[in-house]
Design a protein. Sequence first.
Length: 308
Amino acid sequence: MARIGQADGLSVLSGSVAGMDVREAALRWVRTWAVAWPAQDIDALVALQTEDGIHWASMFRPYRGRQGLRSYLAESFEEESVPARCWFADPAVSEAGASAEYWAHCVFNGDPVTVSGVTILVFDADGLVSEARDYSDVQKGHHPVPAHIRSDADSRPALVPDSFVPPLALVTEDFRLVPLQPEHNVSDHAAWMGSIEHIRRTPGFVGRDWPPIGGMALGLNLGDLRRHADEFVSRTAFTYTVLDPSTGEVIGCVYLKPPSRAGSDVDVLSWVRADRAHLDAPLHTAVLTWLTSAWPFTAINYAPRGAE
């Protein structure tokens, strides 16, 4: 295994492998696990690993290849009676890889337990995990989450109950919604930058200061996407990118935010690109139906569309 970090314990905060940004790869791993573990989304977790990668569970149990990791996750999730709640510290990064500390409240076969540990990660040049070594401990009961593991966003109230697992997708013939992630930056930036006036006329955005009339640099947009991804993990807000189901390009966005007025459970905003304006009303209808049937909201503040 490649040597990770320095003598002071992974103190290096940035690095690269053959031009690949290790920190971005580590953050993607952390954010994906934070939302896919509670949802038991095995496909999302397996996709983080190389085809022939190896995952060491509790250090002494090697699971080889994607199929090995898939079997380990299926076996582990089968023990969980209710969806897990999990938290990840900001990953520590070196030139060779990263370490990610975590804390999880689980219920195994009806018994509440706390799983804590750290995973050592080695990445390939594409940012996929070639080797993961997990060191973990299990204690009875749900123990408080250490302050250094909770993110700053965790100080704000969650938008949904602890028992609720946010859906990771909404799929129709016209579009596909998935959590907005930093990897969507280029396509997301192009989508709204080319539709600023159209979005500012969209119900819900009239009178707001976003999108900025003068646009925004790609790097600043990446910062926004990272913030949205962190909010999804902390459950304080949920942002979904709207993708074309055939090309995968970004054609819009949906935001679920804390309510801004009394009597509402959630504020909802959505936009589509100017060249997909005909999808604005169908997106509104689909999202409203989804929120009513699959989410724990009863009073939804979502600007209506006149052409529905």
